[in-house]
Design a protein around this ligand. Structure first.
Ligand SMILES: Cc1cc2nc3c(=O)[nH]c(=O)nc-3n(C[C@H](O)[C@H](O)[C@H](O)COP(=O)(O)OP(=O)(O)OC[C@H]3O[C@@H](n4cnc5c(N)ncnc54)[C@H](O)[C@@H]3O)c2cc1C
Length: 420
């Protein structure tokens, strides 16, 4: 009997237009980004362009290199391919974004693409002019401010930052912690308690707070990811007056908006970070294992090394499968501008986060091991990838919290979650 593998190909391949975009991105990354890595890693982080700190890798490029990469991205349409058509994008959505991100993550030098936090699609018409459109044009940068000194894993119950209505304003008091990019942000998407009784069930609101507003101040936090320049900050709100017109979405919908951002633009993206990095790292490790001779034979002949390569291969394919399912389901059910986050998407995003962070980390650890001492040198991307993937087990909700969220769903929905 001949197995007709081709017959079920549709199950295992991307739509042809996404395949094309993927190949295009891969070519650009190979030809334009990877050759700049050494220059980036030895560049002064203080000179990094806006938003580059989000990479969690220390380094910088001369402005003309950034400008050239941005131009290539814009001219090929990659820059906005994932944005909704009604906002001038290509409409390739969450899966399109994931596929392109995987390719981009293969290099430490990132091809720029528009970064639009999805809560901003809930902007009112007037807010769109001040926030959404400038962000789409990359004229303004934002930061997401949920975590607080006393509220990390459990923001719903523990958030202290309060917003109290006064006339046509809200007055914000409190402090946030670990806010990435708060120094470069033009505005912050701040979660604050507006109804202490309801809290995460309708009592938390998202505010668009201009970074320069009176009463907003920041202080740096030094994190091992970027030891030469801090990218995380405390943000303090001291009687900050925020106009009613700066409430994003409905009063009380902030926690859901935040969860939507976390699921799609943080947790799921840990999947693309891992698959992108591991795609290149595995290729490098296979080449290396074939050429490095010890005790008269290439490393690739040793079963100890083969099993590490295979473990990474299995992790990579598994992370990708879970993440693609999450992205495809998100495209099928998320509505632009709505705070709704379907539960299947939320659970799959937690899974993508868990495997992207935890398995991504264990895999890059094996890659480092295969390279021996070379794997620890800062001229190689490996230590930088190691830090990025290790951080994936904490930032955006820890391993333990993802497992807790998945456990709730498993106990609530049972086999309907996993029955084929
Ligand atoms: C580099 C970096 C960038 C970040 N960027 C941002 C940002 O831009 N915006 C933002 O809002 N936040 C940001 N964060 C915050 C991040 O999301 C939190 O650090 C993370 O959610 C964990 O919260 P925590 O640090 O308070 O840990 P804690 O909540 O104090 O947890 C400590 C440990 O206890 C475990 N734990 C907690 N509760 C349980 C439980 N019920 N069962 C079992 N174990 C449990 C945790 O898993 C963890 O291992 C960033 C953090 C870092 C380090």
């Amino acid at each position: 009997m001949v197995l007709a593998y081709g017959a079920s190909e549709a199950l295992f391949s991307l739509p042809p237009e996404l395949e094309e975009i993927k190949r295009l991105t891969r070519r650009i990354v190979d030809e334009q980004c990877i050759p700049l890595e050494q220059k980036f890693l030895t560049g002064d982080p203080a000179a990094a362009e806006g938003g580059m700190g989000e990479l969690m890798v220390d380094g910088s490029l001369p402005p003309e290199d950034y400008a050239r990469l941005r131009r290539i991205s814009e001219e090929t349409g990659l820059y906005t391919m994932h944005l909704p058509i009604e906002h001038g994008g290509g409409g390739f959505g969450v899966l399109g974004n994931f596929v392109v991100a995987e390719e981009i993550q293969r290099s430490i030098v990132q091809l720029p693409v528009a970064y639009v936090p999805i809560p901003l699609y809930a902007c009112s018409e007037e807010q769109k002019e001040r926030y959404l459109y400038p962000v789409i044009r990359s004229e303004k940068l934002s930061a997401f401010a949920q975590t607080e000194p006393q509220a990390g894993s459990d923001p719903g119950n523990s958030m202290q930052t309060r917003a109290v209505r006064r006339g046509d304003c809200w007055v914000l008091n409190g402090s946030k912690m670990f806010i990435s990019g708060a120094d470069e942000a033009d505005f912050l998407m701040v979660l604050a308690v507006t109804d202490p009784e309801k809290r995460q069930r309708g009592g938390i609101t998202m505010f668009l707070v201009d970074r320069g507003a009176p009463g907003v101040s920041i202080a740096p936090i030094n994190v091992w990811l970027t030891p030469r320049r801090p990218h995380q900050f405390y943000v303090y709100f001291d009687d900050v007056e925020v106009p009613d017109a700066n409430v994003l979405g409905d009063v009380g919908s902030g926690f859901l908006l935040g969860q939507q951002w976390l699921a799609i633009q943080d947790r799921l993206t840990r999947g693309s970070l891992a698959t992108g990095i591991l795609t290149r790292a595995l290729e490098m490790a296979v080449d290396w294992a074939k050429q490095r001779i010890t005790f008269g034979q290439p490393l690739a002949e040793r079963q100890a090394i083969q099993w590490m390569l295979v473990d990474v291969f299995i992790d990579l394919k598994s992370i990708r499968a879970i993440s693609y399912e999450c992205a495809a389901r998100a495209d099928a059910s998320l509505k632009v501008g709505s705070a709704v986050l379907p539960e299947d998407v939320r659970v799959l995003a937690s899974m993508a986060k868990y495997v992207g962070g935890n398995w991504g980390h264990r895999s890059i650890d094996k890659i480092m091991q295969i390279f021996g001492g070379l794997g620890e040198t800062l001229e190689m991307p490996i230590p930088h990838w190691y830090r990025q993937l290790r951080h994936g087990r904490i930032g955006g909700g820890t391993d333990e919290i993802q497992r807790m969220l998945i456990a709730r769903a498993v106990l609530k929905h049972g086999k309907s979650l996993w029955q084929a």
